[in-house]
Design a protein around this ligand. Structure first.
Ligand SMILES: [Zn+2]
Length: 387
């Protein structure tokens, strides 16, 4: 059994029942029916590649009250997807990894070593077809995990069958796999992300999005998506999962009052995990920079046993960074007038699920009201100074 003694003690079930782990990967580990049938909280279970979409669907069918299924293709595996319908295997990977005129002789050697371990590419049209089928078979399903990653390199080891966590090809295993020199070109990742997102917008589904070392590309992607889909874009919610954006970049995404501007988004939320974000002290600044009604918590763990302890750890970190009280009993949760972290995050999740966001603009009337508010607060400040 894992050791959670460094983490804050879990609250009673009545409190945990209001907590949602908005991003984790439980199908990376063998299914433990005992843990799932006694799960104290709710989770969003991510799919990442062809072989785990059905595992996520199965989990959601077994535990519909606990699991929100999320279907989609992670950026780390987008090289397995071809934009055209039936390319030869070698031509597909050569175009991605050895673009004409740019390859070095040592890359030819690496390519020859890697190619036999790569699967035959799946056409994007097939991917979108099965994505659509998965999303439509669950009315509450989300798109995830999708995104952009400029840090990842393709490993030499062949793709492992699930459960991935018990194989050496598990994500982020700190160098257990030997990496090839090849990265997946950003333009390829963007094309696959755009296509998946178009399905999500059409079906009005929320999104869990990954972004690593791709701040500028992510901002540009969001702006393009907003321009392309217009109103339909605001109908859905997007969670930047284990958000690696700086507090400054986040402020640019939000810019609440300027949501009509192409680069800002009233439908984008932010979730943090201890596993990824707490490695850097910058996560506290990010929590503080985020609007209080856009924060969510996640574990990003590959094993359901870690989900509750780690999502609760992040709930407590958010409370710390914001100075919000932590509810530790049903009474505290129900109590009036208290803006506790569990209640706030539960309300944020509700807002996320409902979607239908509205850009807040300053109409003429608003501006008058704003001036009025300002003069009132000046008066208050003045009278406070006198006393
Ligand atoms: Zn993830």
């Amino acid at each position: 059994m894992p050791d959670f003694s460094d983490l804050p003690p879990l609250p009673p079930l009545a409190v945990l029942a209001h907590v949602v782990d908005v991003h984790c990967h439980p199908t990376d580990s063998p299914l433990d029916p005992e843990l799932f049938s006694t799960l104290p909280h709710r989770i969003c279970a991510m799919a990442t590649r062809g072989t785990d979409q059905e595992l996520v669907a199965d989990l959601a069918r077994r535990y519909p009250d606990k699991v929100v299924p999320c279907f989609g293709y992670h950026p780390w595996f987008t090289h397995w997807i071809s934009l055209s319908d039936c390319p030869s295997k070698e031509a597909h990977y050569r175009a991605l990894f050895l673009p004409a005129g740019e390859s070095k002789p040592e890359h030819e050697v690496a390519f020859a070593r890697l190619l036999p371990h790569l699967p035959h590419p799946t056409p994007l049209s097939d991917i979108l077809h099965s994505l659509r089928a998965s999303l439509t078979s669950f009315p509450n399903a989300m798109l995830g995990e999708v995104g952009l990653d400029r840090a990842c390199r393709v490993p030499y080891s062949p793709p492992a069958p699930p459960p991935y966590a018990s194989s050496a090809s598990c994500a982020e295993d700190g160098g257990a796999r030997e990496l090839s020199p090849f990265a997946i070109p950003l333009a390829h990742q963007v094309a696959i992300l755009e296509a998946q997102l178009a399905v999500a917008v059409e079906l009005r589904r929320n999104v869990s999005m990954h972004s690593v070392k791709a701040q500028q590309a992510t901002l540009e992607f969001l702006a393009r998506t907003k321009a392309r889909h217009g109103r339909a874009w605001h109908a859905i919610s997007v969670d930047m999962h284990s958000c690696g954006l700086s507090a400054q970049t986040w402020a640019a995404v939000e810019a609440e009052r300027a949501c009509v501007v192409q680069k800002t988004h009233c439908n984008v939320f932010l979730s943090l995990s201890t596993a990824i974000n707490a490695r850097s002290p910058a996560h506290t600044a990010l929590i503080q920079a985020c609007a209080p009604d856009r924060l969510l918590a996640e574990s990003d763990f590959h094993d359901i046993a870690y989900s509750a302890p780690y999502v609760w750890d992040m709930v407590c970190r958010i409370a710390d960074a914001r100075g919000w009280p932590v509810e530790r009993s049903a009474e505290e949760l129900e109590g009036d007038g208290k803006e506790g972290v569990v209640r706030r995050l539960a309300e944020n999740w509700q807002r996320f699920v409902e979607g239908g966001h509205r850009p807040r603009t300053h109409k003429k009337k608003d501006r008058r009201q704003l001036l009025l508010d300002e003069s009132e607060s000046d008066e208050e400040a003045g009278s406070a100074g006198e006393s």
